[in-house]
Write a protein that binds this ligand. Structure first.
Ligand SMILES: Nc1ncnc2c1ncn2[C@@H]1O[C@H](COP(=O)(O)OP(=O)(O)O)[C@@H](O)[C@H]1O
Ligand SMILES: [Mg+2]
Length: 413
């Protein structure tokens, strides 16, 4: 609500060419305790004064030299635009047409001279009350509009944040689901491994029986040439299958965790043996460039064999249209190095940093587990060694393993 002091502080501008009129008005206003009164007898100054003061009311004479009151009203309107300050016209003009015109062009009220000062003061107070109330309403409206605007911005931001959080949550849920599926797949694989090992075990005994029988037949009976050849072939094939079964069993047997000296060439050959048929069938030529002075390394045998098999398997899968697989070994100063290089599809640059991550695969869920390289990495690191990759998209990849002679790695189990 408006305070009386607000009204008394209102800025009043008096425009009248007669300084005696101004004096009368100033005195009356002062007595009524108005504190901000400015006057001019020169209507040419009004524009400037108005700009400076921004008065809350203008007491305006109509008939003046240079500019009449109507022109002054136009000027004020020009400065203020729509909401110009209330103008109270005070004039000796008695023509009703002129009074009407003044009201039409924008005067708020009209009083005739000679003035009744108490009436003048009443009108001034009324006009100021309405004007100041309007002003304060405008200010409140602005304030509320600003708050609504700010609140809208806040809400929009909160909404965006919420949308972002929902999207992030959805992404995490999807990732979790993917990891769960992959874990399930990995568990299935491990169960399959155990199954393969027990099947291999079961196969071994009857195979041994078959081979012994065949050997007895070979020794005890004189056989026709063609039959002898067949028996010989059967014995060889039984040996081969037994060998395979043994390797399968060895491979999937849970790690013993103890290190023994291992001849890496033998280990690589064993694993190549497992892949021999596939390499033949898929036209992958194996080139061995073995060092002729490679010392044994002290490692957990089945773990290192697993790493080699993983790398051979990946090289195999990278060469769907055949290719060459080169295996090099080198004796470095205090370590041995094994390089497995293929002429397959190569690895995209953007994947190079991810291929050792668990569950990263580009092979789809059925074919790839994304575990081969991460498991291999863990095994080699636990042996105190290193595994590195270089690749050329479309040309092939090379994986290099180094294993130290001395047991400086942590316990690999
Ligand atoms: N020799 C290779 N040539 C091309 N890409 C390879 C090779 N070895 C590994 N990769 C890439 O690394 C990924 C991860 O390999 P790995 O951990 O063994 O999982 P998986 O073989 O199950 O996909 C593969 O999906 C493949 O994109
Ligand atoms: Mg793999």
């Amino acid at each position: 609500m408006l305070d009386k002091s607000d009204i008394l502080k209102a800025k009043i501008l008096i425009v009248d060419d007669e300084s005696s009129n101004i004096m009368v008005l100033e005195t009356a206003l002062k007595q009524a305790k108005y504190t901000s009164v400015t006057s001019t007898t020169d209507p040419r100054e009004v524009a400037f004064l108005y700009q400076e003061l921004r008065p809350d009311i203008v007491l305006l004479d109509l008939r003046m030299p240079h500019f009449d009151g109507f022109e002054v009203i136009e000027q004020i309107k020009h400065i203020e635009g729509e909401s110009y300050a209330p103008i109270l016209v005070l004039t000796a003009e008695s023509d009703p047409a002129i009074r009407l015109k003044a009201l039409q062009v924008g005067a708020r009220d009209f009083l005739s001279k000679p003035l009744d000062l108490s009436e003048v003061l009443c009108r001034i107070r009324n006009i100021l009350e309405v004007h100041l109330l309007n002003k304060s309403l405008e200010a409140q409206k602005d304030f509320i509009e600003q708050r609504v605007h700010q609140r809208t911005i806040d809400l929009r931001q909160a909404n965006q944040q919420l949308k972002k959080e929902i999207a992030e949550r959805k992404r995490s849920e999807e990732e979790l689901q993917k990891v769960n599926q992959q874990l399930l797949h990995a568990e299935k694989l491990s169960a399959l491994g155990q199954l393969a090992a027990s099947i291999a075990h079961e196969f071994n005994n009857p195979l041994m029986g078959i081979r012994n029988t065949l050997e007895q037949v070979q020794r005890g009976t004189h056989l026709e040439d063609s039959l002898a050849e067949l028996v010989e072939l059967s014995i060889n094939e039984s040996n081969r299958v037994m060998n395979l079964a043994l390797q399968l069993k060895d491979f999937y047997r849970p790690s013993s965790g103890t290190r023994h000296p291992l001849n890496l060439h033998h280990a690589i050959d064993d694993m190549l043996m497992l892949k021999k048929n596939e390499f033949n069938k898929e036209n992958i030529q194996v080139i061995k460039e073995y060092s002729n002075c490679l010392p044994d390394v002290s490692v957990v045998e089945d773990q290192i064999k697993q790493v080699i098999l993983n790398l051979l398997q990946n090289a195999n899968e990278a060469c769907p249209r055949g290719g060459a697989l080169t295996i090099r070994t080198r004796n470095l100063d205090s370590a041995v190095e094994v390089e497995i290089e293929d002429t397959g599809q190569g690895i995209q640059q953007e994947y190079m940093e991810k291929i050792f991550d668990p569950f990263f695969t580009t092979k789809g869920e059925v074919k790839g587990t994304g575990l081969g390289l991460s498991v291999s990495y863990g095994i080699i690191k636990r042996h105190g060694g290193d595994i590195n990759v270089s690749s050329n998209k479309g040309k092939g990849s090379k994986f290099t393993i180094t294993l130290p002679f001395k047991e400086n790695g942590q316990d690999p189990t």
